[in-house]
Design a protein around this ligand. Structure first.
Ligand code: 5GP
Length: 202
């Protein structure tokens, strides 16, 4: 499951609501060369690393995708995602549009959700509230937001984050519905329910 959308749309803020609602959901942190913000923890929010380390990960094929976002490298470490999927866990990722579209090709069965801010003014207010962006960086994030919002049609779902709890409820509903898809059900439990072989009704 990939949450995407402009920086400041609220992907990171929505995450705890989902991990609380679905205990079998695993958030896989990205690797990045961006410096940590106050309160960000290595291994939990991101794997922070140097450009050299990041390049080694690329060369060794250890990233499922990577992109240069706002002047820093971000990428999806392959191992944690594949290990969690192999254990039958639901993997939650947060990516920019480049990352989401690339992952769509690798995992066409994935659920790709675009988080929309209520307005560009609100987006600007949230980004300024972080207090971490220079005026140039802020402008860059806002310009990218406009072009990403224009391309929201490339996602399976769009969720407006005007009210955090309501947006979280919408995400929980999407995951719940997706899990009920017949194509995602394990045939074994259907067999366990009614048994294999001929119907005895006739
Ligand atoms: P931030 O610096 O605000 O944490 O993230 C900047 C942007 O990079 C966000 O849109 C975020 O979703 C995206 N991002 C985070 N991790 C990855 C990743 O592994 N790959 C890609 N392509 N984008 C990422």
């Amino acid at each position: 499951m990939v949450l995407s959308g402009p920086s400041g749309a609220g992907k990171g803020t929505l995450r705890p609501y989902l991990t609380k609602a679905f205990p079998d959901l695993t958030f896989c942190a990205s690797a990045t060369t961006r410096p940590p913000r106050a309160g960000e923890v290595h291994g939990r929010h991101y794997y922070f690393m140097s450009v050299e380390e990041f390049q080694q990960h690329i060369e060794k094929g250890e990233l499922l995708e990577w992109a240069n976002v706002y002047g820093h490298f971000y990428g999806t470490p392959r191992r944690p995602v594949m290990d969690a999927l192999a254990k039958g866990r639901v993997v939650l990722l947060e990516k920019d549009m480049q990352g989401a579209l690339s992952l769509q090709k690798t995992f066409p069965e994935g659920v790709f959700i675009f988080i929309l801010p209520p307005s560009l003014d609100e987006l600007k207010r949230r980004l300024m509230g972080r207090g971490t962006e220079t005026p140039e960086a802020l402008q860059r994030r806002l310009a990218t937001a406009v072009s990403e919002i224009r391309s929201a049609g490339r996602y399976g779902y769009a969720v407006l984050n005007d009210d955090l709890k309501e947006a979280a409820r919408r995400l929980v509903a999407i995951i719940t519905a997706e899990r009920c898809r017949v194509s995602r059900q394990n045939a074994a439990w259907l067999d366990a329910l009614v048994g294999k072989g001929e119907s005895k009704e006739a």
